[in-house]
Design a protein around this ligand. Structure first.
Ligand code: G4P
Ligand code: NA
Ligand code: NA
Length: 193
């Protein structure tokens, strides 16, 4: 998505060889028009998949997942993060480590909002190692619903998350793929996937 590449070049801040700060468009400030455009792009890529629900994880996945869900005309469910996990028989829970925060969190989805006959599109903002994504995928598997695909705004190709998910046979669509952040420079991978 060319417009997104330009915005990343303008507003992204390379923090290290591993981390690109995107507060100006994903993680702190939201551009509604750009976000709706991202939602339209995801909807176009998954239009034929018979999606019945979109799922994401709070907090930064929510705007773009909302945009995609709106465009597809289906509900959006966001997995919630819990600091302490009381065993809840009415919810699916998974424990996930966090790459940037260096902590472990629990994510939770109520059984009320994910059904075994659902066809689910998972949307997220950034994929690095894919720990949070794997947690969401496990929850979908446990529910008996079908995961029809994973749409991510930014794929960091030099970390294994997206590749691992593709290897599981799940269709992964990235709006922008970043090959490297070495030497303070964002290098895109132009093989659109
Ligand atoms: P993973 O899901 O790919 O494993 O992500 P990981 O656990 O490695 O990363 C945890 C958090 O860090 C995620 O946000 C993820 O989006 C974010 N993250 C990873 N790499 C980068 C990066 O290079 N730039 C930015 N801006 N974020 C990165 P989160 O914990 O879900 O928090 P939130 O943003 O939803 O609040
Ligand atoms: Na994030
Ligand atoms: Na996220």
């Amino acid at each position: 998505m060319e417009v997104l590449k330009q915005r990343i070049l303008q507003e992204g801040v390379v923090i290290s060889d591993q981390v690109l700060k995107l507060d100006g468009l994903l993680n702190h400030q939201i551009d509604p028009a750009l976000t709706m455009e991202m939602g339209r792009e995801f909807a176009a890529r998954f239009r034929e998949s018979g999606v019945t629900r979109v799922i994401t994880v709070e907090s930064s996945g929510i705007p773009v997942a909302f945009a995609a869900a709106h465009e597809l005309g289906v509900p959006l469910v966001f997995a919630r993060r819990k600091k302490t996990l009381l065993a809840d028989p009415d919810a699916y829970c998974e424990r996930v480590p966090s790459f940037t925060k260096g902590i472990v969190t629990d994510i939770m989805v109520s059984r009320e909002y994910i059904h075994e006959n659902d066809r689910i599109l998972f949307i997220d903002d950034i994929i690095a190692n894919g720990d949070a994504a794997r947690g969401v995928i496990k929850i979908i598997e446990r529910s008996g619903a079908e995961l029809v695909g994973f749409g991510v705004v930014v794929e960091k190709c030099f970390q294994a998350g997206a590749r691992t998910i593709r290897e599981q046979g799940i269709p992964v669509e990235a709006l922008v793929r970043i090959r490297s952040l070495n030497d303070g420079t964002v290098q895109f991978d132009d093989n659109e996937m």
